[in-house]
Design a protein around this ligand. Structure first.
Ligand SMILES: Nc1ncnc2c1ncn2[C@@H]1O[C@H](COP(=O)(O)OP(=O)(O)OP(=O)(O)O)[C@@H](O)[C@H]1O
Length: 707
């Protein structure tokens, strides 16, 4: 395809793929790039002129964009600090999505509903500080398609020139990942971005988050002014749900183990839970007629007031397993917080690791509390802090929050914690690992927070590494109960897993081949880094496959837009980092493709769990690169075998040659997704001095993918 065809070829397919581009970094040509003939006329804070320009010249000139063959030959040469990645800009303009953003059609979160509301007040101002490095996400400059990995390296080396690899997080302790992009290149600090919500600066201000920077304005970053559109209020939308799949009834055959003393018996039907009429009505309206195993066991445990750690396969209804009994108690006991109170004191806090997930939990809470006196509120980073506060002051009984925003709100004394009766950690293993663990510890020692004896603490996940379970004990009463719902190894058996041996440089070709076969079926493609997410999304768009992307360097509005376009089917392919690996419940995701395998097997289990949910079937295809993935061979075989999937002979050979003495197949037991570590590890501890298990020390690759 000639350069002149470029724009025409790619425009129709780029409706939603809109990485940020900041022109000035790239417009001079000093990086040795001739593609990006960006004018310097438009204001840094003005979206529209730059979009117009790039519609004309930016893309049109990106001639190396799809040149995958350039790969091998260019991969070394492209790493020059100035020319390699720095030149990669042709696609980095978020305004590419025609006028959508400016039209305020940011329906992303709301399961594809479009209410047309334009509540994004961010406007141009947020562009200024943020943009300084965003263009690099596109990653298609001089020879850039050749080797995304080398781009990554180059990017890191060039951090000093362009700002931080992460767009200029303030070094002064600004905590919100979307908040403080000052362009100063101050680096990422504390958690290196592992934490979705909390990024520390110099270390001095660890744990502070966007309040310091964005809202009170004492850092260089622009204010986050994004106000997400309210979800639709009509009953049909609130109770919209997808159908359980053909394998839903097979849940009944799944083994469940409850450990701990005096566990109440499981219930078999919703009626046995003795929920109030309104709650029962809401359950019926949600289309729930039958309990899933984790619900059968967890609901009576929570109703009995016990602390709980529950491990059950992805997509098997853990959210309702904690929401329903909590709501039942709130209905029984009455709630104290009301809109007429000056200080809101919620009875329940639910934390989860990503903004999208916390919002999804909120929608579930809103659904089940419909028509009751209980009011659920959601707050998360990347949105205007004032908006979060306004939501809370209208009355807050259940607060669904990401950790960074929660700590901001607590720090600002916008909520009191004295009334907390329920603390829920969803994706609890993630919430307690290196990234979020310190924040969670801070949360439970906040002034006013009832001690663990005084509150009920509930933890849910599909995976629960043993060392995390030991950390969790600090949060739970000693007599907590542990519910393990097989699937063996944690992967859902409704997902047909295939592992293909594909080398780094053949991956794109293979991906396109697979996606072409798949057609329009909804597919999530997981990659390991944010830059690669943009790179692959753009590449697919160029291949005329409608694609969008979600990762931590995209603005919240863009993330929501991407999710909305994926949910609605407008973009049937979503390229994502691990930020989308956990919890997201999207109807009709038929395929998950691991373009890059994650660094841990647990992450693999979560990723493939985006398909095959709630008794529906799905497919997962993973590219296994022997150059980089051998360490996963053994645990992968265990997961495949446990889920009764075919194990390729070549994988067994690799596993054999990469044999790790003492490897027991996984960190988990042989029958259940996780075992209660109290059985095996009483008295033993492998914690390091920081209080975290060494195996949970953050992995730089993981860090990259998360934020
Ligand atoms: N008893 C039920 N009957 C019908 N549908 C249900 C039931 N329980 C849950 N669901 C639906 O199943 C889907 C998956 O539930 P949910 O998101 O809670 O799974 P999960 O176990 O939390 O998954 P993950 O591990 O990926 O976070 C949701 O759409 C939910 O509404």
């Amino acid at each position: 395809m000639g350069d002149e065809d470029w724009e025409a070829e790619i425009n129709p397919h780029m409706s939603s793929y809109v990485p940020i581009f900041e022109k000035d970094r790239y417009s001079s040509g000093e990086n040795g790039d001739n593609f990006n003939m960006a004018p310097t006329s438009s204001s840094e804070t003005d979206d529209r002129p730059r979009r117009d320009h790039f519609m004309k010249s930016g893309f049109a000139s990106g001639r190396n964009f799809g040149n995958r063959d350039a790969g091998e030959s260019n991969k070394r040469g492209n790493t020059s600090a100035m020319g390699g990645f720095g030149a990669g800009r042709s696609f980095g303009y978020r305004g590419f999505s025609n006028s959508k953003f400016e039209d305020g059609d940011s329906s992303g979160f709301w399961r594809g509903y479009r209410d047309g509301s334009n509540s994004d007040a961010s406007g141009p101002t947020r562009r200024g500080g943020r943009g300084s490095f965003r263009g690099c996400h596109g990653g298609f400059g001089q020879g850039s398609p050749s080797n995304e990995l080398d781009q990554d390296k180059c990017m890191q080396r060039t951090g000093g020139l362009f700002g931080s690899r992460r767009p200029a997080l303030s070094g002064t302790g600004n905590g919100d990942t979307s908040q403080s992009r000052s362009g100063s290149g101050s680096g990422r600090g504390g958690y290196k971005g592992l934490n979705e919500e909390v990024v520390t600066g110099s270390g001095k201000n660890s744990g502070k988050s966007e309040a310091e920077g964005g809202e009170s304005g004492d850092t260089q970053g622009p204010k986050v002014t994004y106000i997400p559109p309210p979800p639709p209020e009509d009953e049909d939308s609130i109770f919209a749900h997808y159908q359980t799949g053909i394998n839903f009834d097979k849940y009944d055959t799944i083994l469940v183990e409850v450990s701990g003393h005096d566990a109440p018996p499981a219930i078999l039907t919703f009626e046995e839970a003795n929920l109030c009429q309104t709650l029962s009505n809401n359950i019926a309206k949600a289309g729930y007629t039958k309990l899933t195993p984790v619900q059968k066991y967890s609901i009576p445990i929570i109703l009995a007031g016990r602390d709980l750690m529950a491990c059950a396969q992805t997509g098997s209804g853990k959210t309702a397993a904690f929401l329903l009994p909590i709501l039942a108690h709130m209905m029984r006991d009455g709630v104290t917080a009301s809109r007429f109170k000056e200080l809101q004191e919620p009875e329940c806090i639910i934390v989860a690791p990503t903004r999208e997930l916390v919002n999804q939990i909120y929608l579930e809470a809103r659904k089940f509390s419909f028509g009751t006196c209980v009011r659920a509120v959601v707050i998360y980073g990347g949105t205007q802090l004032g908006h979060s506060i306004r939501q809370i002051v209208q009355g807050c009984n259940i607060l669904c929050a990401t950790p960074g925003r929660l700590m901001d709100i607590i720090g600002k004394e916008k909520i009191g914690l004295k009334q907390i009766k329920y603390l829920v950690l969803d994706e609890a293993d993630r919430m307690l690992d290196m990234g979020f663990g310190p924040e969670m510890k801070k949360l439970i020692s906040c002034p006013g927070m009832p001690s663990k004896e005084q509150r009920q603490t509930l933890m849910f996940s599909a995976t629960f590494p043993e060392e995390i379970q030991r950390l969790a004990a600090e949060f739970l009463k000693s007599n907590y109960l542990f519910v393990a719902v097989g699937q063996v190894g944690g992967a859902c058996r409704d997902v047909q897993q295939t592992v293909l041996q594909v080398g780094q440089f053949s991956k794109r070709e293979k991906l396109v081949e697979i996606l072409r076969n798949i057609g329009d079926e909804r597919t999530m493609v997981f990659v390991e880094t944010k830059k690669k997410a943009d790179f692959i999304a753009t590449f697919l768009c160029q291949e005329k496959i409608s694609t969008t992307s979600i990762h931590g360097d995209r603005e919240q509005r863009e993330r929501e837009q991407a999710l909305g376009d994926f949910r609605s089917g407008k973009c049937p392919v979503l390229v994502a980092t691990s930020v989308a690996a956990r919890g997201l419940d999207i109807e009709n995701v038929q395929h998950v493709i691991n373009f890059d395998l994650p660094s841990t097997i647990d992450e693999y289990v979560h990723r493939i769990g985006r398909t095959g949910r709630c008794g529906n079937t799905g497919r997962a295809i993973s590219f296994f690169d022997p150059e980089s993935d051998n360490h996963l061979a053994q645990p992968l075989i265990k997961v495949l075998t446990d889920a009764q999937q075919d194990v390729p002979a070549w994988l067994e050979e690799i596993a054999f040659s990469a044999y790790i003495p003492g490897f027991s197949g996984s960190t988990r037991g042989s029958v259940f997704a996780s075992v209660d570590t109290r059985k095996n590890y009483q008295g033993k501890s492998t914690l390091n001095t920081a209080g975290f298990s060494s195996s949970q020390m953050s992995n730089p690759v993981d860090d990259e993918s998360w934020d």
